[in-house]
Write a protein that binds this ligand. Structure first.
Ligand code: FRU
Length: 439
């Protein structure tokens, strides 16, 4: 497939310093997030030939600190008939698949094979015995095929309840996540389906089911199910919602059907978590973009970036188990990347102004009458971004509260209520020039 190069060029100063970008070309979802032999691997939806979506392949990079990335050759390229859509990767330590050995386990990618003509999606495998550098597509692909037009984004991990591989995969148009089990990654049996027909407007994409200890107590485990929706996100366009519940080896039972949004900003989509991260760490990464305008924003020579990685936990607040996101501790080593402010509420709006050297000012504020925390990025939206106000329900109960802000070129990420609320947003500005004042 041929796609025209972008006509718009973003200033080079907009390229993020520590958020991941490909060296060149189009990128969307993070794929195959896996930690192996001291390295965090990121694979990602990638067009090797242009800066528009198409020719979907898996790009690849590795990092020891989630900040500095080594760019590697395309891992799994598209073929004449199929694109390589989103999916996940595992390290097959027990050689259940037979693709590697106990001495040198295979890294196995489980991805969606997408017919270029858009008529068919099914789940397929590829494996690597050299730490993800070169890949072989499995000869008997696909391994899970329901003969459906839309059936995608398998997230596979070793499930300790099942003592087997468990896959979460979506039927996007049916607002449904299917759970499958396998002992060899090659043959899959259906365990159950979780749907929420009246929950959201958009199609469901990129699920992730994972356990977290509540309040750090390893005997109190809850399961979190992430599902991205597009459109129908809480602030317009693409967004990610999640459920908290239990996993019994067969079914996911949500504690309730409340729609919880992972992020109230415009730009955090298709995010999933790393498997096998050290010390039980659960690290999340999202595509910092929105399908509403992803194809419009300027490129130079890359188009698309990831959020700052976040460490996830569950904490009980007011008797409610609450998902907490914290920017990874590694960014503390980058001067100015993470800034903390205390906001003292008044009877009117209060908060922070960030101004760049072109005298454009965005506002991060608390509105006591609406009880929201909001970001108005309108003045920094010249790059094809939609100008808008992004807000999250938040009641500070008239007490001073802390806002954590992560600034990188082209973005702001805001964390309040100890990380229970986040607002992630692209900006057509380089925050190295941004200075903050309170109001
Ligand atoms: C999400 C998504 C996935 C799909 C991929 C294609 O952004 O639409 O559902 O696998 O992008 O690039």
């Amino acid at each position: 497939m041929e796609f025209p190069a972008s006509s718009k060029l973003a200033p080079k100063s907009l390229r993020p310093v520590f958020r991941f970008t490909p060296e060149t070309n189009w990128m969307n979802d993070p794929n195959g997030l896996i930690y192996y032999k001291g390295k965090y691997h990121i694979f990602f939806q990638y067009n090797p030939e242009g800066d528009q979506w198409g020719n979907m392949s898996w790009g690849h990079a590795t990092s020891t600190d989630l900040i500095n990335w080594q760019h590697l050759p395309v891992a799994i390229p598209y073929s004449a008939t199929h694109g390589i859509f989103s999916g996940s990767a595992v390290v097959d330590y027990f050689n259940t698949s037979g693709f590697g050995s106990l001495e040198n386990p295979a890294m196995v990618a489980i991805y969606t094979d997408h017919n270029h003509d858009g008529t068919h999606q099914a789940q397929s495998l590829a494996y690597s015995v050299d730490e993800g550098l070169t890949w072989t597509k499995y000869e008997n692909n696909p391994v899970l095929d329901l003969a459906m037009k839309d059936f995608r984004d398998p997230k596979v991990s070793w499930n300790t309840t099942n003592e087997a591989w468990v896959m979460s995969v979506v039927k996007p148009q049916e607002f449904s996540v299917c759970f499958y089990q396998s002992h060899d990654l090659k043959s899959w049996t259906l365990l159950s389906e979780f749907s929420n027909i009246n929950g959201t407007d958009g199609v469901w994409e990129c699920p992730d089911l994972f356990p977290l200890a509540v309040d750090g107590d390893p005997t109190n485990i809850k399961w979190v199910l992430f599902i991205s929706v597009n459109p129908g996100g809480v602030t317009g366009g693409s967004g990610t919602h999640y459920f908290i519940g239990d996993w019994d080896g067969k079914e996911f039972t949500a504690d309730d059907r409340t729609t919880r949004w992972l992020d109230y900003g415009r730009d955090n989509y298709a995010g999933v978590t790393w498997s096998d991260a050290p010390n039980g760490r659960r690290v999340y990464l999202g595509w910092m973009n929105n399908w509403e305008y992803a194809k419009e924003i300027s490129a130079n020579p890359y188009r698309g970036s990831m959020t700052t990685p976040r460490e996830l936990s569950l904490i009980t607040i007011d008797n409610k188990v609450t998902l907490i996101q914290k920017p990874i501790k590694e960014i503390a080593s980058i001067p100015g990347a993470l800034q903390k402010f205390t906001v003292i509420p008044t009877s009117t709006k209060s908060g922070l102004h960030f101004s760049d050297k072109e005298q454009r000012t965005i506002e991060v504020g608390y509105d006591p009458s609406a009880k929201v925390i909001y970001l108005d990025r309108t003045p920094m939206c010249s790059d094809g971004l939609a100008g808008d106000i992004q807000s999250a329900p938040f009641d500070c109960k008239n007490k001073p509260f802390e806002i954590e802000v992560v600034l990188d070129n082209g973005s702001i990420e805001i964390f309040v209520a100890g990380g229970a609320i986040s607002i992630s947003s692209l900006l057509a500005s380089s925050p190295s020039h941004l200075s903050a004042t309170t109001f």
